[in-house]
Design a binder for this molecule. Structure first.
Ligand SMILES: C[S@@+](CC[C@H](N)C(=O)[O-])C[C@H]1O[C@@H](n2cnc3c(N)ncnc32)[C@H](O)[C@@H]1O
Length: 422
């Protein structure tokens, strides 16, 4: 078989010139495949490599069809993997001596200058051989997936070639993916969205003060669970743009599958470092964009943040309960007019309890009723701690005692209510 192939190999060039190139090379490749199948020794495998290498060069020289060129390259890379396997096995068994039939061969020592070397019949560098060994070290499943993907890509794209280096690069990327966690710990597996340390804290001018600002991690979880690649996402109460900061850092919380979507921000009083990217808009008047796929709204919690964002009367933070309910009703209707059936809208809010006045307002129930009457159904609900007990200051201890004494609980939970447009 081997000798037969060598004779044919000598005859190849005149045949190719005579115009019958493609059929001849295809036949030779078939023979080389059989040769590889039968190869038991390192020398036989090297021999197959040398011949396929020549066929690959000819297929390129005579500009044969892309398929034939790729067949030759793929076979050459498969032989390299086989050579790598053999070398790895020899190294493992400590067999350094393989009979050398070729006086011009290069003696290649893969591990160190002093250790046993593996002589080869080919002019291969140490670098080539270590590439073959790396090819051999990747699991069969990974190698097959990568070679199939890259071959398909090379067949489609003119500029892309199938190569040993390309395959190795893709294999390394696969390994890297395996060592990276699939999902980020920022994304919570349950409806309990509590964050022991906050990575995306308040970003506007008064850093350090958390009142009126959710941890950005809540936005990350909303995006993860409710936003698809390419969606148009609107944050109509974006304030200082925390939502954009979280989107920009998405490679930190999207795990191995990072994707893009379109995010647009609006607010009655834009501020902070993203101010220029936030469009001024009063949400009680209208919805600023048509057909959003997803809306996420970090509303001013009723009764807790008066004068925090502005002193404007149309600022929800500054409204008495009755006006606040009317304004929120108008906002629910504006969202409903803008959204298509099946799309989602998230409203983030806490309940309100005033210990001194012994007053309880179930704000999140009011929101639910308003959204339902505007044309939504409750789709999902998650909870997040406002972490009010995190720092046990004397002031907090006094508030806790006051709450217990008056039998009115403090509000620690933020509800993340997601509605689906009917
Ligand atoms: C809880 S804050 C949002 C903070 C935001 N997450 C951030 O990163 O800064 C609520 C926001 O609602 C805005 N707001 C209040 N009334 C509004 C209205 N009528 N229309 C639009 N935005 C309003 C406030 O200006 C404030 O920025």
């Amino acid at each position: 078989m081997k000798d037969n192939f060598s004779e044919q190999q000598f005859a190849i060039i005149p045949t190719v010139v005579s115009g019958n190139q493609e059929t001849v090379i295809v036949d030779f490749l078939k023979t080389a495949k059989e040769l590889l199948r039968q190869a038991r020794t390192l020398e036989d495998t090297q021999d197959a490599w040398q011949k396929v290498n020549a066929l690959e060069a000819l297929s390129k020289k005579f500009r044969l069809s892309k398929d034939v060129q790729l067949d030759a390259t793929e076979l050459r890379i498969r032989i390299e993997r086989r050579l790598g396997e053999m070398l790895n096995k020899k190294n493992k068994n400590g067999e350094g001596d393989i009979k050398n039939h070729n006086q011009n061969s290069v003696k290649v020592d893969l591990d160190s200058e002093d250790s046993k070397s593996i002589p080869l019949n080919l002019n291969l560098t140490k670098n080539d051989l270590s590439k073959f060994q790396e090819l051999a070290s990747s699991p069969q499943k990974v190698f097959e997936a990568v070679i199939t993907d890259l071959r398909t890509e090379a067949a489609i794209k003119k500029q892309t070639a199938l190569s040993t280096t390309g395959i190795l690069r893709a294999i390394r990327n696969e390994h890297k993916k395996d060592s990276e966690p699939l999902f980020s710990p920022i994304i919570k597996p349950s409806d309990n969205w509590n964050f022991s340390t906050v990575q995306y804290g308040r970003i506007d001018e008064q850093l350090g003060e958390y009142r009126g600002y959710i941890p950005g991690e809540i936005y990350a979880n909303c995006f993860w669970y409710y936003v698809k690649p390419g969606d148009l996402v609107i944050s109509p109460m974006a304030g200082s743009g925390q939502v954009l900061r979280v989107y920009e850092a998405r490679q930190e919380w999207m795990g191995q599958h990072v994707y893009d979507f379109k995010l647009k921000m609006f607010d009655l009083t834009p501020r902070g470092k993203y101010k220029d990217l936030i469009t001024q808009h009063d949400l009680t008047k209208s919805f600023p964009v048509e057909n959003p796929d997803y809306i996420v709204m970090d509303i001013p919690y009723y009764g807790m943040v008066a004068q925090q964002y502005s002193n404007k009367p149309e600022d929800l933070a500054n409204m008495a309960l009755e006006d606040w309910q009317v304004a929120m009703g108008a906002i629910a209707k504006n969202c409903a007019v803008a959204q298509r059936s099946g799309t989602l809208c998230t409203v983030i809010s806490s309940n309100y309890r005033d210990v001194a006045k012994e007053l309880i307002v179930m704000v999140t129930d009011i929101i639910r009723a308003l959204w339902e009457s505007a044309g939504y159904t409750l789709y999902d609900k998650a909870y997040s701690s406002r972490r009010i007990q995190q720092n046990q200051t004397p002031q907090m201890a006094r508030m806790n005692n006051h709450a217990k004494a008056n039998r009115i609980m403090l509000t620690d939970i933020t509800e993340i209510l997601t509605f689906r447009r009917v």
